[in-house]
Design a protein around this ligand. Structure first.
Ligand code: HEC
Ligand code: HEC
Ligand code: HEC
Ligand code: HEC
Ligand code: HEC
Ligand code: HEC
Ligand code: HEC
Ligand code: HEC
Ligand code: HEC
Ligand code: HEC
Ligand code: HEC
Ligand code: HEC
Length: 311
């Protein structure tokens, strides 16, 4: 197969070059923590899905056990590369920076999280495992910059103590209880919630998580508890996901208040109007389940027999 780019593509490449030049200028100024595309453009989706290539056609374990990246020879099997006449055609795969720099190629994929700095891993021990079990979604990446490194939860699917060992030391060399891990920096006091639900490792360092976690949760409110939280918002959020509330509130905290505080609706002049079309009858028909939050069937049955509130 030969892929030759036509005139139209050449024009596109030229305007792309200008855009790239602009981007490169800004990229230089603002690169900060985001990694600059260090030299190579590649689309995994296009090759792995559209062209049905196997991972192993381009990546194989080298002598050091690390998976190697393909050389340009591999690409030449399908792409025309005229090395003697460098041109804009080279920019199909090389970035401008790479072309100005003798076409040298640095890593073009995002850096791993700092959490990786003490992680041991070998592909050898996982030969029988499909590549995309760990490299999730790689077949959908259309740029190298989107590549995601496996997260610990992915490892823990097998490293659960049954199928493979779960001891921290299996994968970590430096982890210790006294040093807050990388994740704990910055906004952690606000961000740890979601992590704690997936990551079963908290208890390893927080010996008594019940006390450590609960002490704080009884005094610190989440940021969604704004001034009108009680009257307008919390009901909706509780309906959305009650388990979240249980992280900090025992059920009695809710029911004690609901027994004494009426909703705004109850202040309607016609709340106890004795018709089927008005007041509480209308509200109940509109949203029967909401009554359930604060009332039991027996309370309603003090006045009529045919009402049943279900949990
Ligand atoms: C047609 C060749 C080709 C195929 C097929 C291919 N890749 Fe790649 N892969 C590349 C190239 C090129 C890079 C970028 C290498 C570089 O930055 O120097 C890359 C990068 C990667 C990286 C990051 C490597 C690093 O050094 O940081 C991973 C991980 C990866 N590929 C996994 C896979 C998996 C899993 C599959 C199968 C689903 C696959 N690749 C299929 C060509 C391929
Ligand atoms: C088995 C054949 C084959 C091999 C090997 C191969 N490619 Fe491709 N590549 C294709 C095909 C087919 C296309 C789609 C061409 C098109 O749509 O015009 C393509 C397109 C591309 C594109 C354009 C992507 C886009 O988004 O428009 C880039 C960049 C590319 N390949 C890079 C590489 C690199 C780098 C290698 C070597 C690591 C490589 N290819 C190896 C078949 C191959
Ligand atoms: C189809 C994609 C593709 C095209 C087109 C392409 N290259 Fe490459 N090139 C690669 C890949 C992949 C590598 C290997 C990257 C690596 O070593 O990690 C590479 C590496 C190189 C290197 C070696 C740099 C190093 O890492 O030491 C040179 C030199 C080079 N290319 C020159 C060119 C020139 C000149 C052209 C245009 C005539 C060109 N390339 C076009 C994909 C391409
Ligand atoms: C059990 C999980 C797992 C499986 C399966 C897996 N990988 Fe990886 N891969 C990783 C991890 C974790 C890293 C990062 C390693 C590190 O930082 O030491 C990695 C790194 C890589 C790299 C970068 C080079 C390196 O070795 O560090 C490439 C390329 C790669 N994998 C390709 C593949 C391909 C191709 C397959 C299938 C043949 C595959 N991987 C299967 C977890 C996996
Ligand atoms: C599909 C299941 C599976 C996944 C996913 C998986 N592993 Fe494994 N891993 C295994 C099995 C099975 C063994 C072999 C256990 C044994 O030899 O008793 C193993 C062994 C290991 C070993 C010990 C190797 C040795 O020989 O001492 C390390 C380290 C390791 N895995 C790290 C990881 C990391 C890091 C990840 C996530 C990126 C991961 N594994 C994901 C199944 C898995
Ligand atoms: C099978 C391998 C494996 C085992 C077993 C394992 N981890 Fe991890 N862990 C990883 C990988 C891979 C990463 C890096 C990925 C990431 O940062 O999400 C990581 C990252 C971490 C991080 C850093 C996360 C951050 O962002 O700060 C902490 C903390 C951690 N592990 C704690 C533990 C504890 C505690 C245990 C034992 C209860 C454990 N791990 C067991 C594979 C493992
Ligand atoms: C490797 C050990 C380690 C692991 C694993 C770990 N922590 Fe921590 N954590 C610490 C240390 C050390 C501190 C700071 C000292 C202290 O307050 O006890 C801390 C502090 C905290 C704080 C208080 C932050 C602040 O601003 O006051 C929260 C919240 C927290 N951890 C939650 C978690 C959650 C949730 C997990 C699981 C996803 C977890 N930790 C996993 C070691 C760890
Ligand atoms: C420094 C005080 C503090 C400590 C210690 C603490 N938390 Fe939190 N936690 C909070 C705050 C504040 C929120 C609300 C964050 C927000 O605004 O959404 C929260 C929210 C949560 C949420 C729900 C967040 C959501 O919206 O998804 C969970 C789950 C959670 N924490 C788990 C834990 C666990 C498990 C521990 C102990 C390992 C712990 N927390 C320790 C202060 C703390
Ligand atoms: C991170 C812990 C945390 C989570 C998660 C949390 N709350 Fe709270 N909540 C608090 C704290 C602390 C207070 C203040 C307690 C006090 O003043 O006695 C509070 C107060 C309240 C109040 C009383 C507000 C007032 O004005 O008196 C309501 C209502 C409430 N929460 C409902 C909820 C609901 C519903 C959810 C789930 C959607 C939820 N909370 C999740 C910690 C939490
Ligand atoms: C401080 C008193 C108070 C506490 C504590 C409280 N609520 Fe409420 N709740 C109310 C009031 C008042 C309303 C009615 C708001 C309105 O519509 O006027 C209400 C309404 C609701 C509704 C909406 C019912 C409807 O009309 O659809 C739900 C659901 C709800 N609360 C759940 C909870 C949960 C879950 C908790 C405990 C985590 C909780 N509430 C704690 C006072 C409280
Ligand atoms: C946030 C809690 C809460 C919700 C939600 C709620 N109620 Fe009530 N309701 C109360 C409280 C508190 C009272 C007063 C009970 C008392 O005085 O013993 C009350 C009283 C009543 C009464 C008796 C009025 C009276 O003055 O004797 C009726 C009828 C009633 N509610 C119907 C409903 C219906 C129908 C719904 C659903 C549409 C509903 N309530 C939803 C808390 C609630
Ligand atoms: C203080 C007495 C009283 C209480 C307590 C009461 N209701 Fe009613 N309710 C009435 C009266 C009176 C009517 C209008 C007469 C009728 O049409 O049956 C009515 C009508 C209704 C209707 C319309 C009946 C229909 O067949 O269309 C519904 C629905 C209803 N109430 C729901 C509730 C619910 C739910 C509760 C408990 C949360 C409740 N009521 C508690 C007195 C009460």
């Amino acid at each position: 197969m030969n892929i030759v780019s036509g005139d139209k593509d050449m024009k596109r490449t030229k305007s792309l070059t200008i855009i790239l030049a602009i981007l490169a200028t800004f990229g230089f100024a603002f690169s900060g923590c985001k990694k600059e595309e260090g030299g190579l453009k590649f689309n995994h989706e296009l090759h792995v899905v559209d062209n049905e290539m196997k991972c192993s056609e381009c990546h194989e374990a080298g002598k050091d056990g690390k998976m190697e990246n393909p050389s340009m020879d591999k690409c030449s099997e399908c792409h025309d590369i005229d090395l003697d006449n460098p041109s804009d055609d080279c920019l199909m795969c090389h970035t401008l920076k790479s072309s100005l720099n003798d076409y040298s190629v640095e890593d073009s994929v995002p850096e791993k999280s700092k959490g990786y700095s003490d992680v041991v891993f070998t592909h050898e021990a996982h030969e029988d495992v499909e590549c995309n079990t760990c490299h999730k979604g790689i077949e959908k990446d259309d740029t190298l910059a989107e590549l995601e490194w496996p997260e610990m939860v992915t490892c823990q699917q097998c490293h659960n103590g049954d199928d493979a060992p779960s001891e921290c030391e299996t994968c970590h060399t430096k982890l210790n209880k006294e040093t807050p891990p990388e994740s704990h920096h910055g906004d952690w006091a606000m961000q740890h919630g979601p992590a704690s639900r997936f990551d079963r490792s908290c208890a390893y360092c927080h010996d008594n998580p019940k006390r450590f976690c609960n002490d704080c949760h009884q005094t610190q409110k989440p940021k969604d508890h704004i001034f009108n939280w009680k009257t307008t918002q919390h009901g909706q959020d509780a309906t959305h996901d009650r388990r979240l509330c249980a992280v900090c509130h025992p059920a009695s905290y809710c029911s004690d208040c609901h027994r004494s505080q009426k909703p705004v609706s109850h202040a309607r002049g016609d709340w106890m109007a004795y018709t089927r079309e008005n007041g509480h009858a209308e509200a109940a028909k509109h949203n029967f389940r909401s009554c359930n939050v604060c009332h039991t069937t027996s309370e309603c049955r003090q006045c009529h027999q045919n009402v049943i509130l279900r949990k």
